[in-house]
Design a protein. Structure first.
Length: 591
């Protein structure tokens, strides 16, 4: 056991030390003939239901005028249409046009800065601009986007469409859409208006509350104007503590630090608290966040890491998996998560640096092509670590009780949580209530987990029941809402009923796109317009396509049966017979 663990540690070290160079992620849109006969996928190369999304053709407008022409062409022939972005990071089929003969409009070439007004703190960019470039362009004018997702490979159009955020309860909070003060969106129009029009929205226009977070169903956002702040500095310290008072800390932490977050390592019983606050620009330090998980990795190391992971998953015991689960968090801590005090070396906390160097990272997207010697961890062109990512928000007022129940489940089944520790735990981030119709209706904590996914459809995951129980607990008992850009199918079932302003959103949709050319089967299911996002079939609960209601939804032939949850008895999860009984905790023996 110890040997295997050492081998894994060695391997992961190789992995995270990284190499120079990288291949940028593959194109999400691929066409068999020129710009016709296309497929669109996400950056992982696979949607949760593993369908291949086809479109008749794709266009790559460079200007708003070309964009208007593209929308007009689709509207004139009432053809289905969807926007794809440079990398398409959303898990679910949001970028997939309806039917099979739809059109894809890629915003890849709509990535220019339109204008910057440093004195007013306003910046207007085209919607396909990648967050990395946006942050850089703002910084060049002395401005900072106060909050953003932690990964800068997203586009402004895509991250707004899915309500993406960082972590904060201060001011307007961490969602990027809170900083939008203007948008231009191209929507279908009657023939008399040339089949497409540009609608210009600014603060005070109620439609902005629909367009800010739109799931891409209202039209194509052409430009976005953001209210930025003068560049500032932050001071970051990570501190690992026991998780005994985690529930009560979670209620307070967002009030203590402007950019505070928490990462819970359930099996280890630890929480990594992020103390992260604004400091005067005169504070010394030129720190850099080059997060380890978002760096490029040697392809060989990724393949080996995946092979080890698959071996542990399929043939390993819980004890072996739990031993292996320690390495990533140890290695990340040893390397200060990829933070340095000066861009090269880490000498100790706090790391003080300018907002643009701390707020987000993702060096694996921007290195030059190296023939796939190295790549982002999730590159689908190699047999790399393949995973699911679930994200859901629980109202701040209910979060401590939810955390306490997760801890109770952990106490009953500690070893089943090792898979989460192995992926660096549960990330907790703060998001404020929003006026956006599809934004959060209350101040919330967003919980984010990453976990193993098999390349083989229907192959059970070890201890899948704990993630499934936690998700159902959050969604059903604590009224959680899923992140629009993450998750598996079943979490979107009925979710629209949790949005008090959903009807307002649908009214704007009916006005902007009466023929629903921007709607797909998937968006209709998610928005509760038609059908259900659940796909109820053999093995569906294994893939997160349904909540099981009978054994055949799990994998009875492999020993997985549909059973009630352990702590939340209303949950229905796939369990092995071995897991029905109690589990004794021998944490100490494992050490
Ligand atoms: C490694 C990684 C880290 C992440 N970190 C975070 C994080 O810290 N916080 C967070 O909240 N999320 C995070 N996410 C999730 C991410 O926010 C969403 O997946 C986001 O939607 C992806 O943006 P994208 O530009 O790739 O858009 P896509 O996934 O390509 O598009 C999303 C949707 O928006 C539509 N759309 C895109 N552009 C336009 C436009 N111009 N007009 C109209 N519709 C448009 C698309 O059609 C689609 O429906 C992360 C994802 C990954 C892979
Ligand atoms: C896209 O494909 C459709 C259906 O095959 C066709 O009618 C349309 O003209 C094509 N558009 C472009 C721009 O190629
Ligand atoms: C736009 O994308 C191209 C690559 O397609 C890139 O070279 C360029 O730097 C981007 N522009 C901006 C302003 O980020």
């Amino acid at each position: 056991m110890a040997e295997r663990s050492r081998a894994l540690t060695f391997l992961l070290l190789g992995l995270f030390l990284g190499l120079a160079g990288s291949s940028p992620p593959p194109e999400p849109v691929e066409c068999a003939r020129g710009t016709s006969d296309c497929t669109v996928t996400n950056v992982y190369g696979s949607f949760p239901d593993r369908t291949i999304c086809r479109a008749a053709n794709a266009t790559f407008p460079r200007t708003e005028k070309e964009l208007v022409a593209a929308v007009a062409a689709a509207a004139a022939s009432k053809r289905k249409v969807k926007v794809a972005t440079r990398h398409s990071h959303s898990f679910t089929k949001l970028a997939c046009p309806g039917g099979r003969d739809g059109t894809i409009i890629s915003t890849e070439r709509l990535n220019k800065t339109v204008s910057v007004d440093a004195a007013k703190g306003l910046m207007t960019v085209e919607s396909g601009m990648v967050l990395k470039d946006l942050i850089q362009a703002a910084a060049a004018a002395g401005l900072a986007l106060p909050h953003s997702p932690y990964w800068y490979g997203l586009t402004i159009g895509g991250l707004l469409a899915t309500g993406a955020h960082g972590s904060s309860l201060r001011g307007k909070g961490s969602a990027v859409h809170e900083y939008v003060v203007g948008m231009r969106i191209v929507t279908p129009a009657p023939a008399s208006q040339g089949f497409a029009v540009v609608r210009e929205l600014s603060v005070g226009d109620p439609d902005l509350d629909a367009v800010k977070v739109s799931l891409g169903v209202l039209g194509v956002v052409s430009q976005v104007t953001l209210a930025l702040q003068p560049m500032f500095k932050r001071s970051v310290t990570f501190e690992k503590r026991d998780d005994t008072d985690f529930a009560s800390q979670a209620a307070m932490w967002g009030g203590l630090y402007e950019f505070g977050d928490m990462a819970w390592l359930p099996r280890q019983g630890k929480v990594i608290y992020r103390k992260d606050d604004r400091v005067p620009v005169s504070t010394k330090g030129n720190g850099l966040n080059d997060y380890l998980g978002f760096r490029s990795n040697p392809t060989l190391a990724l393949i080996t890491a995946r092979a080890t992971e698959e071996h542990l998953e399929e043939d390993g015991s819980d004890i072996a998996r739990c031993l292996a689960a320690r390495a990533p968090s140890v290695l990340f801590e040893l390397q200060a998560y990829g933070f340095t005090n000066d861009g090269s070396f880490f000498t100790g906390w706090p790391v003080v640096g300018f907002q643009n160097r701390i707020q987000a990272s993702g060096t694996c997207i921007s290195s030059p092509e190296d023939g796939l010697l190295s790549s982002c961890t999730w590159d689908p062109r190699i047999r790399s670590p393949f995973f699911y990512n679930s994200g859901f928000s629980v109202a701040l007022s209910k979060a401590p009780a939810f955390i306490a129940e997760m801890q109770k489940l952990r106490d009953l089944k500690p070893r089943a949580f090792c898979g989460l520790d192995a992926k660096l735990g549960v990330l907790l981030r703060y998001v404020r209530a929003s006026s956006a119709y599809l934004g959060k209706s209350e101040d919330s904590i967003d919980f984010d987990v990453t976990y193993y996914r098999s390349y083989t459809e229907g192959e059970p995951r070890a201890n899948s029941d704990v993630v499934d129980e936690i998700e159902q607990l959050a969604l059903r008992k604590y009224g959680a809402v899923p992140h629009w850009g993450k998750n598996r199918n079943f979490v979107f079932d009925g979710v629209i009923a949790k949005y008090p302003k959903a009807a307002e959103f649908l009214k704007v949709k009916a006005r902007y796109d009466p023929d629903g050319i921007f709607s797909s089967e998937w968006s209709d299911q998610v928005l509760g317009i038609k059908g259900s996002p659940n796909i109820v079939e053999k093995g569906c609960a294994i893939e997160g396509l349904c909540v099981c209601s009978k054994d055949s939804h799990c994998a009875p032939e492999k020993g997985y049966f549909c059973r009630p949850g352990t702590v939340f008895s209303e949950a229905r999860v796939c369990l092995t017979r071995a897991a029905f009984g109690d589990e004794s905790d021998d944490l100490l023996e494992e050490q």
